[in-house]
Design a binder for this molecule. Structure first.
Ligand code: IMP
Ligand code: MG
Length: 189
């Protein structure tokens, strides 16, 4: 059964202007990225650090493609504070980084936009003594970054527009859409 026909999901589908990346395309790309990451980490243990909440859906699908011993830690970070423009400040909400001393880390985020989140969190992990830090994002916006930073693994390069779904939200909603899409103008207030 097509999940999108379910009564509750169709209510959010109606707010979507267009689908940018559909579920099947995401799944195929994840197979490729998972292989690449496994190759780099050589099948050895690492710590996956998930930046909440946006990377939740992506991480669940990505890590289930990696049959190696790994630890999952979460980091609660806010930079958007509910709107469509970055606030320019990255806050680690619960104030504490997981213990990464001497460990190999894969940092996972939903999207690379201004670059501040990956830059700040990556810097902190290195300062805490992580042996190696690699970063992975589902999406990367094709734009000039506020800070010089790139992701080691990127799912898709997209234009500079606001997207939702597959973990990404607008004011806390739309994270459960199984695809990445663009909202109708009237849904962004
Ligand atoms: P950066 O620190 O500016 O690179 O922003 C990264 C964070 O901003 C992401 O983890 C998202 O939570 C949020 N963000 C950036 N662009 C979008 C978007 O198009 N839709 C939803 N959230 C976004
Ligand atoms: Mg986020």
């Amino acid at each position: 059964m097509d999940r999108r026909r379910g009564a509750r999901l169709s209510a959010v589908d109606e707010d979507v202007e267009r689908v940018l990346i559909d579920e099947d395309v995401i799944g195929k790309r994840l197979n490729v990225i998972a292989e690449e990451i496994l190759e780099e980490f050589g099948g050895q243990e690492f710590v996956a650090i998930v930046i909440l909440k946006g990377a939740l859906v992506f991480t669940a699908d990505l890590l289930r493609r990696m049959p190696v011993p790994l630890q999952i830690e979460t980091l609660n970070v806010a930079s958007y504070h509910g709107g469509t423009e970055s606030s320019g400040q990255v806050d680690i909400l619960d104030g504490k980084l997981p213990d990464v001393k001497g460990k190999r880390v894969l940092l996972i985020d939903d999207i690379l936009d201004t670059g501040r989140t990956l830059h700040e969190v990556g810097k902190k992990l290195r300062e805490q003594g992580a042996e190696m830090v690699r970063s992975c994002v589902l999406l990367s916006k094709d734009k000039e970054r506020a800070v010089e930073v790139g992701a080691d693994y990127t799912g898709f390069l997209i234009g500079d527009e606001f997207v939702v779904g597959y973990g990404l939200d607008y004011r806390g909603r739309y994270r459960n859409l199984p695809y990445v899409g663009v909202l109708k103008d009237e849904c962004i207030g």
